[in-house]
Design a protein around this ligand. Sequence first.
Ligand code: MF3
Ligand code: CO
Length: 291
Amino acid sequence: MAGKIGRNDPCWCGSGRKYKQCHEEFDRKIEVIRNQGHIVPSHDIIKTPEQILKIKESAKVNIECLDTVADRICAGMSTEDINSIINEVCKKYGAIPAPLNYEGFPKSVCTSINDAVCHGIPSKDEILMDGDIVNVDCSTILDGYFSDSSRMFCIGNVSDEDRKLVEVTKEAMMLGLEEVKPWGFLGDMGQAVNDHVKKHGYSVVREIGGHGIGLEFHEDPWVSYVTKRGTEMLMVPGMIFTIEPMVNMGDPEVFVDADNNWTVYTEDGEKSAQWEIQVLVTETGHEIISY
Ligand code: MF3
Ligand code: CO
């Protein structure tokens, strides 16, 4: 890494400054950490200030999509109606729903009810019922830049038990977020999430996790919540990734719907909850980009 680029050459980050006045020191620090045996980020997942602005513009649309769902969601509505809300808000801004046609996904948003863990496909035949807990996972492309976040919604009279699952899952995500800072490791975040989930007797889904995002829908790193403090990728300023733990009331095992090849369910039929935020690592800590 360092060495290939001259000290007086323009920095790889696109700042226009000389390498020696920009990321040279940074690269040296990363090299030391790599030599200690850690996973370190490559330059291509470190966003420039211009890219960060564009990703934030995309995220504004994503947030408005979920805010609009929050305003309108109610019992009796179909998950197809949620899909229509996403299409409507995206259209208003000339944005594209990222899930649509993504690896063949047929709709603009994922809607996952009760024991559906993630990747539920909206349908006019699927009606939200009093007592349901539903995750709406929204991802937006604006001018080629990606954003992604999801929220849980409690429909009508949700049992205390299910409400607690929803709340603890959000708490776990926020405790993970507190660990996001430069020169920490993704495992610090993962362990904070997992410890909180375990404390309440729940389990975290192992097979599906978060991801880097911004210039593409899914970039490095893969973000797990069954990881230990001090392991996984080093976090540095300019990285953007999602924190999106899926938390099961019962066992962590899941299976994929054999009919649609998408929707993931809990093996034991118990409920599952998920919240997702998109996070930027800053010089001093973190900033939530989408929620
Ligand atoms: N937010 C989900 C993710 O991070 C969205 C999946 S879209 C789908 O992967 F098309 F793959 F379902
Ligand atoms: Co995601």
